[in-house]
Write a protein that binds this ligand. Sequence first.
Ligand code: R5P
Length: 291
Amino acid sequence: MHVIGGTASTALAERVSRELGNAPFGIPFTKRFPDDEMYVRVGGRLEGEDAVVVQSTRTDSDVLELMLLADAVREAGARRAFVVVPYFGYARQDRRFFPGEPVSARTLCRHIELDADAVVTVDLHSSQTLTHFTKPAYEASGIPAIARLLKERPIDVLVSPDKGGVDRVRRMAQLLDKPWFALEKRRIDSEHVELAMPPTLPIPIEGAHATIVDDVISTGGTIVEAAKLLKKRGAIGISAACTHGLFLKDAFERIKAVVADVYSTDTLGNPAEKASVAPDIAQILERLVAV
Ligand code: R5P
């Protein structure tokens, strides 16, 4: 299996290749033409081989690069081409909220799978998105990677900032053997949220070490409000953990002002990247190549 690391995921791709027993790893050549069109070229002898392209799709340019790389791998004669999208952009527009909108997540699935024999991604905003792929598609979880990291940290309770994150926080709670609860969240706009405590709590929050668990930290608004609320109720040593750390603008600094620690996986490069999903991705790839 040849591992090809796109510009959005070079470091993680290299970690995946190591997890696959030092599988051949390559960084494609990329450049822009004078008119700004993208050019990519993959190296190595891929003829008759299995190959995997690893590329998060945080920006539109990342999406295009992924599609070009998958095509290049096919052109190079790969036997099977797999695509790993550690952070799947546009996943939050997974339905039509207002008339006239697209289901952007579905559009991405259709295009990303074009040259792929199978797709692997990590913690989608909603696992339902997998149903939009017509090729075999798998979702790794960032939760075990974060749990491996949090094992030795002082934590009394895990908190999801919203009901949508209940499955995630429950899974983390099982792995760490801790109680959990979910806050009640109302989104005001793309940067502001309103949060409230649930009517009942599994343990008293006064004096408790609380860790907030989310799939994505984007503007940081959710984590900042959640941390403020928990602090107001007497929680101490508040920390925040996520699979995908976007940390837009000054999000990281704003979060660090209200929490003791921030943890993220390496699906995106960021200052909180402390856990790797490489073993979890490699495990799925190993199953795919064994077929
Ligand atoms: C929303 O449903 C997600 O799970 C996250 O809570 C959200 O994307 C975080 O965004 P932000 O950091 O901008 O509050």
